[in-house]
Design a binder for this molecule. Structure first.
Ligand SMILES: Cc1ncc(COP(=O)(O)O)c(C=O)c1O
Length: 382
């Protein structure tokens, strides 16, 4: 008898991870690779984090914790909102999660029914629409191009019909564009008035080059705020994130978390306790990302690629390659095979126009980024 596999499980791949696998295979075969495809800092977590982990291994039982996270970490996260945004947050609103990736599953399940319609910007982070689809929630693609600063606006939302939710990210992946405070306030008000649940992905907060990012929590408690220790805090592999949960969703998020994964990793939570005190070291990385951004923009412009999304934050450059090709997947494959430089095709972020774009990560060491830019420029010239 034939066994069935579910339709819901048939989500598209996260292409950046597929490129990473191809790049790793090439590396394992002895070839050199410069990784500009993955969105993760090359720097390790700050030393106080590593030391806290060592101490925890010596002295603490690494057991399950409260499903919502350990109390001192929830308190430290709440205090961060006061220090960073002058917004008062009760530690009871804070839910520590297994990366922000788990927070999306919890938030989408707690807030939406199967068949609900949730807006996501295109270009945008692919996991939003793929997780929504796996949960039988309809991702509604909002084409947010250059005129809209690559971000959803109330005007764009009115064009897509009924929405039950909206996911925004500022700074965004892959574009690095931001929704500045007045626009975020307008968007939050628009959503609140129409019963649209706003989910604000604030994972790239801290990595901004011109102005600091605004939190949607400043405009009320109705939005779900998602954040993570992965990016600014350089803790991707520790799999630790958090969310601020509106009162009406708090208990269901707690019960979902208990049942889905019992608790976030205890070792990572103990390690993260000192990280809010490591801003000097972490801000130095942000300085490097800015330097990498400027360097890449200069080299690519000299090589004839001069249309980018304005990267105000995060650590990516989203580059228009339509003057060369409309097949970004083939472009990235050939570039990797012929130069060892790994990039992500725009198709990951935009199923409609992504063939004309590629994403470069700026999160590596400046020498590596400079070498990758040089190889890319030579390849384009040859
Ligand atoms: C915009 C955005 N949100 C969420 C994530 C998920 O990160 P994590 O699960 O490590 O917190 C990523 C990772 O690349 C991302 O770019």
């Amino acid at each position: 008898m034939t066994l069935r596999a579910s339709r819901r499980g048939l989500v598209p791949p996260f292409i950046a991870m597929d490129v990473l696998r191809a790049a790793n295979e090439r590396e394992a075969g002895g070839a050199d690779v410069i990784h500009l495809e993955v969105g993760q800092p090359s720097a390790p977590a700050p030393e106080p984090v590593l030391e806290a982990a060592r101490q925890a291994l010596k002295s603490a039982q690494i057991g399950y914790t409260d499903a919502l996270g350990i109390a001192p970490l929830r308190k430290a996260i709440a205090a961060y909102y006061q220090a960073q945004y002058e917004v008062s947050v009760d530690p009871a609103e804070v839910v520590v999660t297994t990366g922000s990736s788990a927070a999306f599953q919890l938030a989408f399940l707690a807030a939406f029914e199967p068949g609900d319609r949730v807006g996501v910007a295109i270009p945008g982070y692919p996991a939003y629409r793929n997780i929504l689809a796996a949960l039988d929630i309809e991702p509604v693609l909002i084409a947010a191009g250059e005129n809209a600063h690559y971000q959803p606006t109330p005007e764009l939302l009115t064009d897509v019909g009924r929405l039950d939710g909206l996911v925004v990210a500022s700074p965004a992946n892959p574009t690095g564009t931001m929704i500045h405070a007045v626009d975020l306030a307008r968007l939050a008000e628009y959503c609140c008035e129409r019963g649209i649940r706003l989910i604000s992905d604030e994972i790239y907060h801290g990595i901004t080059f011109e102005t600091a990012a605004a939190t949607a929590r400043a405009y009320g408690k109705a939005a779900v705020i998602v954040n993570s220790f992965s990016k600014y805090y350089c803790m991707t592999g520790w799999r630790l994130g958090w969310m601020l949960v509106p009162p009406d969703l708090a208990r269901s998020v707690e019960c979902l978390a208990q049942n889905f994964y019992i608790s976030p990793p205890a070792l990572s939570q103990l390690a993260a306790l000192p990280v809010f005190g490591c801003r000097t070291e972490l801000d130095a990385h942000v300085g490097r990302y800015r330097q990498n951004r400027d360097l890449l923009i200069g080299t690519l412009a000299d090589a004839g690629l001069s249309r980018f999304a304005p990267a105000e934050g995060a650590f990516y450059l989203y580059v228009d390659i339509s003057s060369l090709t409309r097949d970004s997947a083939d472009f990235c494959r050939r570039l990797l095979a012929e130069t060892g430089v790994a990039l992500t095709p725009g198709l990951d972020f935009d199923p409609v126009d992504g063939g004309s774009w590629v994403r470069l990560s700026l999160a590596g060491a400046t020498e590596e980024v400079a070498e990758a830019a040089r190889r890319l420029a030579d390849w384009l010239a040859g």
